[in-house]
Design a protein around this ligand. Structure first.
Ligand SMILES: Cc1ncc(COP(=O)(O)O)c(C=O)c1O
Length: 378
């Protein structure tokens, strides 16, 4: 099959959890051939690391930003497989697919693991967490997902952070889909490892993840890693000694991210971005309800990042047809990832504005009409 000429195809709007619709200036920043040992590149990387820490309200050397090649999962696997010693134990708090992925990583690396598993529309039970922590000396680390992108649920990392501090556990937070759009004070929340990636709320392009690590914990990772390429300590030691990566870095993705951070500052930082995403989300939810769609999660546990909508109760509804018709109109939505319920997801992060949300909702209305799907009045 001949591949289509991408330069002739108009970009679609991505209503997904990433990769996202990005700013023109971010795309353009990637259009340079720079050597990975070029002093300009090294200065960009250093600035990125400093700015990431500042976004989490911390600074070096008390905390260190370690950039890891690969997607978000590589950063998570790097932290989990480097931080927990063979005589340690991970308590993993799970209410979605990304929580389950952390357990999968722990098992692959034979890391002792205890799981607290909740339904995908349920917050973790803080009393149960406390009783597990108070009853087990063996648990050394606790992991949780901040924004469970499986559903759009927001987990209470403040409260869990307090428990980890009270029981002296190392706290690992996957903030993949929230960092940059939710204000997270890493030290205040007792987070030793905070992980996110380039193509989420900072609105860069894919290529790397980053781990913001408490310096004193990072030092303990020396010699603990179970892989070469995902060795968090060695990656940091390399970056720290001469600003260079141990292995080929995603240069263009890092240059784009540097620009994305400038754009974030121009938007008013995390608060400005949170404001736009909240407005996008409120509009999306309001208009979708107006069309007759029902939401999977109640409002009090939902984030303003991505929203799960139940499939309409209609014999003729097919997600594939719905998805394809929207895709042809230039709107990309996302399938569900739930184990028990049929849902689809719509993200409202990236370079999306209220007028884009309105265009999507209008397109959904006309697709429903074309597919002859009438939704019940709510
Ligand atoms: C909360 C969370 N964790 C982990 C990941 C995995 O990231 P990646 O697909 O970039 O490996 C994602 C991806 O959307 C996510 O939302």
């Amino acid at each position: 099959m001949k591949t289509p000429d991408i330069s002739k195809i108009k970009d679609k709007l991505l209503f997904t959890p990433g990769p996202l619709t990005t700013a023109q200036s971010v795309k353009e920043a990637a259009l340079s051939d720079l050597g990975s040992r070029d002093s300009v590149f090294i200065a960009h990387v250093q600035q990125i690391r400093e700015k990431l820490l500042a976004l989490a309200h911390v600074g070096a050397p008390e905390y260190e930003a370690v950039i890891m090649q690969g997607s978000g999962t590589f950063g998570i696997e790097s932290a989990i497989s480097s931080a927990i010693p063979s005589n340690g134990m991970l308590l993993n708090i799970i209410n979605g697919a990304y929580g389950r992925r952390i357990s999968q990583i722990a098992r692959i690396h034979s890391i002792p693991l205890i799981e607290l598993i909740y339904d995908e529309n349920q917050l973790p039970d803080l009393e149960e967490i406390e009783s597990v922590l108070s009853g087990s000396e063996q648990i050394t680390h606790v992991a949780v997902i901040h924004g469970e992108t499986t559903t759009g649920l927001l987990n209470p990392i403040e409260e869990i952070g307090k428990l980890t501090a009270r029981y002296n556990k190392v706290f690992i937070v996957d903030a993949m889909s929230t960092f940059g759009a939710y204000d997270i004070d890493q030290k205040e929340l007792n987070i030793s490892y905070l992980i996110s990636s380039s193509n989420k709320c900072i609105e860069g392009i894919p290529g790397f993840s980053y781990v913001l690590a408490k310096g004193s914990e990072l030092q303990k990772c020396k010699g603990r890693a179970r892989t070469l390429s995902l060795d968090l300590y060695d990656q940091w030691a390399g970056l720290n000694s001469n600003g260079q990566f141990r292995f080929t870095p995603p240069v263009q993705s890092l240059l784009a991210f540097h620009e994305a951070l400038i754009q974030l500052e121009k938007e008013g930082g995390v608060n400005g971005r949170a404001e736009r995403y909240s407005v996008n989300n409120a509009l999306l939810v309001g208009e979708m309800k107006e069309l007759g769609f029902e939401l999977y999660l109640p409002a009090n546990i939902r984030s303003y990042i991505i929203t799960s909508f139940l499939y309409p109760v209609h014999t003729d509804f097919s997600f594939e047809k719905f998805y394809s018709a929207l895709n042809e109109k230039g709107f990309v939505i996302y399938p569900g990832k739930l184990s028990k319920v049929d849902c689809f997801r719509i993200g409202n992060i990236g370079q999306l504005f209220p007028h884009d949300i309105q265009k999507l909702v209008d397109a959904i209305e006309s697709v429903l009409f074309e597919l002859k799907i009438e939704l019940a009045e709510l």
